[in-house]
Design a protein around this ligand. Sequence first.
Ligand SMILES: Cc1cc2nc3c(=O)[nH]c(=O)nc-3n(C[C@H](O)[C@H](O)[C@H](O)COP(=O)(O)OP(=O)(O)OC[C@H]3O[C@@H](n4cnc5c(N)ncnc54)[C@H](O)[C@@H]3O)c2cc1C
Length: 484
Amino acid sequence: MNQYAGICCRSSFIPDDKMRAMSSSPVSDSPLVTKTVTLTGWGRIAPSTAELATPVSGAEAAGLLRLTAGRGTAVIPRGLGRSYNNAAQSAGGVVVSTARLNQILSLDPATGVAVCEAGVSLEQLMVAALPHGWFVPVSPGTRQVTIGGALAADVHGKNHHVAGSFAGHVSAFDLLLPGGEPVTATPEDDPELFWATAGGMGLTGLITRATIRLKRVESSLVAVDTVKTADIDETMAVLADHDKRYGYTVAWTDSLATGAGLGRSIITSGDFAALADLPPRQRADPFAFDPRARIGAPDLFPPGLLNRYSIRLANEAWYRRAPRLREGELQTISQFFHPLDGIRNWNRVYGPGGFRQYQYVIPFGAEAAVRRSFEMVAGHPAPSFVTVLKRFGNADPGLLSFPAPGWTLALDFPARTPGLGPLMDELDRLVVANGGRVYLAKDSRVSAATLEEMYPRLPEFRKLRAELAPHGTLASDLSRRLGL
Ligand SMILES: Cc1cc2nc3c(=O)[nH]c(=O)nc-3n(C[C@H](O)[C@H](O)[C@H](O)COP(=O)(O)OP(=O)(O)OC[C@H]3O[C@@H](n4cnc5c(N)ncnc54)[C@H](O)[C@@H]3O)c2cc1C
């Protein structure tokens, strides 16, 4: 029997959140804090050491927050550690993992409303909901993220232009304030707390559970159209056109192409296939979903394997292989939404030096700046391996939510590439000059002053934080660097 069928279910999913235990003896006298760990984000840079606590219930988590608040110890929640840098770390403090708050408390097959503990992963929710014809309303490029992490970063997916970001599909959440007091927030009853927490990177409290409205689907397959574009102008034109015609769309771009090929891309756009569109063989099991990773990456990749030359070769081969136009291809959820999840620990391919992500949004109307950013990246020795361009739709009211109407570009760079810092600084200046911003879940080096220019509502966020936690016990490595 499917363990998720019915109303109440417990999962045995134990997330791999990249924690390396250094010692098993607790340095705190609290039984709630179990070990000292060194943590990084998905980019494997900037490690820091903290005490790890893994509460099994909201009550235990509340006790822990009361304890840390009483002692003035810094504390930060952590989900699956898929933010790229150090948003879920707190050097010298306590990191509260939600790994054991992982129950789907209810899932109504008629309405698609799911109540989940914060440590439930999107993959877990997909496995539970698909047999009833429901899918997560918003999925980032990996399904290995928790509900708490998705809400705290207010994540976006390929459907942002029609669906907005994750928080827009959450009707309520339970939060433990920095001192451990439990509150329930809804957008109607407590919009201030709701929209400070959505995108607030764990700095308003620990989310313990959330109510999510799922999306109705007729199958687990996506009918995908693929278009190969010749340059940045065609890429932007096709993306704009596809936003009007498809629920999901994104461009994978060759960041090293220059001259006439600058910004050439493979654009994939699609929608979930209707039952009637499936071949007879697949109609028998329309919600089939195999979430297993196909292979794992060893931790043996030498430094420098990904460089300008190897990435140019990979990009060239991948671009040449793509069809000029392919219509109606049926792809699985893994193929369309999460191709990188097929390789466990793919982040190791960057070698021991790790990698940095950079993601900006630049408002519509500033297309020249988007083009300029492609020229800067293509002309620089730093190569971006995974380069994704997409258009965002309307912003939600999250004080620190990243998405805003405009063009969003995500870039991945091997962290040790010479000259990477100056390139990113230059990109920052371009982004700020054009009214854009970078994504906190991916950032590793923007300055506090630059961030203030990017997020005009930061003072409101800081004010609310000060009211919630006068002693400032919630803090991450990210929040300290940026004064969030
Ligand atoms: C391959 C890959 C692709 C990605 N693609 C996208 C994408 O397309 N779109 C997108 O938006 N993002 C994307 N991301 C980023 C990712 O979705 C976010 O960083 C997300 O927040 C990670 O969730 P997590 O559970 O791993 O949280 P963590 O990384 O552990 O934590 C992220 C933040 O959430 C806070 N947090 C976690 N749990 C809680 C909780 N219970 N209560 C309060 N705060 C909490 C943490 O303090 C931290 O600030 C991608 C990441 C990867 C690795």
